[in-house]
Design a protein around this ligand. Sequence first.
Ligand SMILES: Cc1ncc(COP(=O)(O)O)c(C=O)c1O
Length: 418
Amino acid sequence: MTLSDFTKSSLEIAVTDEKVTRNTIIRAALTKKWMQFSDDAFFILDLNRIIDIVRRWQRNLPRVGLHYAVKCDSSPLILRALAALGCGFDVATRSEIDRTLIHVVNPGRLVYSNTCKSVSNILHAAQHNVRLTVFDSADELLKLKTYHPTAQLMVRLRYNNPHVDAKGQMHGRFGVYEATAKSLIQKAWDLGLNVVGVAFHVGVGVNGEATAHIGAIEKAKELFEFAQNNVRPFSILDIGGGFRGDWSNARLTFEEFCHDLGSALDTHFPPASGVRLIAEPGQLIMTTAQSLFLPVIGVKTVKEEQRQPGYVLADGVYGACRPIDIFKPKLKMRVHPLDEPSFDVTEQPCQPSTLYGPTCSPEDIIAQDLALPTLSTGTWLEIQNMGSYAKELSSNFNGVPTASTVVCISEDDLHLLK
Ligand SMILES: Cc1ncc(COP(=O)(O)O)c(C=O)c1O
């Protein structure tokens, strides 16, 4: 399909090559919006970035199998491309199992990484031969014993990541510390269940260094030794997600991070151990792959005494902007005026401003006291790094449409979608 086809039709896949870049496609998409008087939000999904980070992982950590966390964004084209690149998937529900098995025939490429599964979900996994899963309670073991007795189980280890706050540590909701883990493993053995290893997740938003993952790997090693001492050796280590999404301002490069992580894995779980290593990244794969484009649909004055501008955007906290609140990333924004070149918000004089969503809820506030240049109705704002969880969390509250997506993929990699 050519770019001119794309601008004329409603098709949403745009093929990039040397001449047609992501920027060309953004310009074409905005021109189409302007011509059609369309002011609904949309995403640009750059599959090239997803393909690039997966290949870099596979080059730098060839022993660690990628199982993409489907909850991060379950769009079919993303799942299809990742399946074609050889990835497995981390699923959390029966619906994610179904969506994923459309793209991979082998259920052995799935890890069902929800520690508390309903009976109907467990039965669904058993029916579809999805066997690898996790537990962190005796109650879960009893359900698995009854409804999925041939499951392969990993105990979910809790790790106190010193680099993030309680929210980043998932409020301590998942996993158990070593002592409880050992008694749960023993319980599983007593029930005749098959415990194959250990899983952990160091939490959301680690700082780009491998220290948290390495700390958790060392704790996991203790549980492998416990199993070995009981003559029931483990065979799988799942190092979870929690990898940085945007590496542009990180202290380490992605390659340096992989080097540190890979060295720790080689020390504690050398190839000769035969232990299968897997990871479940979400943000790493998705964060920078997607930008959200939002037109300013109205301008007003807020905090009247300070005459602070407020901009109402076409989507807000009930739509794709909720993760801004959840993960508090540093917002990276570009402004796309109608007749002038686009620019980063930091390139122009700015003043404290408020960004509102379009609904009638007083809580539909995307950001306050945010430094922004003067904007006007009809100007498009691009919020970058919106690839993770944004689409999955969107609702249609107040009838606001969910943002559509324009997908970019290079001609060379188009075959991955076939
Ligand atoms: C069990 C599990 N694995 C993987 C992920 C993906 O984590 P991230 O997006 O931080 O890589 C999550 C996210 O909540 C999770 O709960």
